[in-house]
Design a protein around this ligand. Structure first.
Ligand code: NAD
Ligand code: TYD
Length: 363
């Protein structure tokens, strides 16, 4: 079956990688991106596909008339798009996604992640019911391992049955959206699937996140700010592996199920930054400060900083046959090479808004 996808947040980091993946692997499918182009959305991420006939970009907000219009059956941008494009699959990436921003201003996280997800879900439910409830329709909700809270060094990794215990406004808002998606399956039998993945990295990641921030700061000779003692652990997943996992889940995942997606790459932040510095020293032709390890600076810890995340991805491996293929060393090398060769992509992102944000977090 060829599919007609609505990809929300497709101008962001993972969403745009997913769009490239999908159009390459399924050239007969239709891909419509809905994105509000917040600070994290960037049309340049989609430049190489914008002329393709089976691709369309629509600027719009998933919070389009929250809660009322869809329920009354009025036509909104989203209901219109679902109908006109005859969408059968939603891949829902759109979100406010950065923990530090959620600490500075949680309101936008509740609005987009909770209310926006609700609005989209309800519009899709009405669309699906109007089509006679086809069971091959899908609503794939892309979520995070952060909903499970924080692990101690000896705890077993998160499984799909680990109780939710979100600690930041970001993870709490994602947890809220996960619960709504679950409820729409349970109550209306809407064919939804939730994926909870670990930290992604790779091309097109906005420079507020750890890996691109360190790459870019090293290239500019600026301090590399490591929070707290640098011993927090994240389980790094190369974005290409994540897109492959989502592909498998869309085609073979079971409605109503949750799948954890991880990279099998648990690394302490300080070790990760040191690895990045080694790749920088090796690959960057002229670093302002060489070796770049000299730039590592321990800074004040993040409020409520989760100590460790780790994903047990046994379920997706045994039930759907997916495992990650990129090691952390391979993925970091690819990522450093990408940021080195795409200065024209990241330089414009270091805007006045970004500088103001940076001063607030790293003051
Ligand atoms: P991102 O911040 O790079 O991109 C988010 C995109 O959503 C942007 O293009 C933005 O313009 C768009 N958007 C934001 N608010 C919107 C709204 N109200 N309406 C429409 N579009 C809106 O995020 P990302 O890193 O690509 O993450 C994508 C998804 O994956 C998110 O749901 C996030 O919670 C989840 N996730 C990310 C990671 C990670 O490491 N990046 C890990 C686990 C889960
Ligand atoms: P981040 O990329 O923000 O992802 P998340 O908070 O969703 O895991 O941060 C990854 C880890 O790196 C996290 O433990 C916080 C830490 N970190 C720093 O030490 N310095 C930084 O400048 C940033 C952005 C993050």
């Amino acid at each position: 079956m060829s599919r007609r996808l609505l990809v929300t947040g497709g101008a962001g980091f993972i969403g745009s990688n997913f769009v490239h993946h999908w159009l390459k692997v399924y050239p007969n499918d239709r891909v419509v991106v809905l994105d509000a182009l917040t600070y994290a959305g960037n049309l340049r991420n989609l430049q190489s596909v914008e002329e393709q006939e089976n691709f369309r970009f629509v600027e719009g907000n998933i919070c389009d008339k929250p809660g009322t219009a869809c329920a009354k059956g009025e036509r909104t941008l989203i209901t219109e798009l679902l109908q006109v494009e005859n969408i059968d699959t939603i891949v829902h990436f759109a979100a406010e996604s950065h923990v530090d921003r959620s600490i500075l201003g949680p309101g936008a996280f509740v609005e987009t992640n909770v209310v926006g997800t609700f609005t989209l879900l309800d519009a899709f439910r009405l669309h699906w019911e109007g089509k006679g409830q086809p069971m091959d329709y899908r609503f794939l909700h892309v979520s995070t391992d952060e909903v499970y809270g924080s692990l101690s060094p000896t705890d077993p990794a998160f499984t799909e049955t680990t109780p939710y215990a979100p600690n930041s406004p970001y993870s709490a808002s994602k947890a809220g959206s996960d619960h709504l998606v679950r409820a729409y399956h349970h109550t209306y039998k809407l064919p939804t699937i939730i994926t909870n993945c670990s930290n992604n990295y790779g091309p097109y990641q906005f420079p507020e996140k750890l890996i691109p921030l360190m790459c870019i700061n090293a290239l500019m000779g600026k301090p590399l700010p490591v929070y707290g003692d640098g011993k927090n652990v994240r389980d790094w997943l190369y974005v290409g592996d994540h897109c492959q996992a989502l592909d498998v889940v869309i085609h073979s995942g079971k409605p109503g199920e949750t799948y954890n997606i991880g990279g099998n790459n648990e690394v302490e932040n300080i070790n990760l930054v040191q690895m990045l510095c080694q790749f920088m020293n090796e690959l960057a032709p002229k670093l302002p400060v060489h070796p770049s390890e000299q730039l590592i600076t321990f800074v004040k810890d993040r409020l409520g900083h989760d100590r460790r995340y780790a994903i047990d991805a046994t379920k997706i491996k045994t039930q759907l046959g997916w495992t990650p293929s990129v090691t952390i060393a391979e993925g970091l090398r690819l990522t450093v090479e990408w940021y080195l060769t795409h200065r024209d992509w990241w330089e414009p992102l270091l805007s006045e808004e970004y500088q103001a944000y940076y001063r607030k977090v790293y003051a």
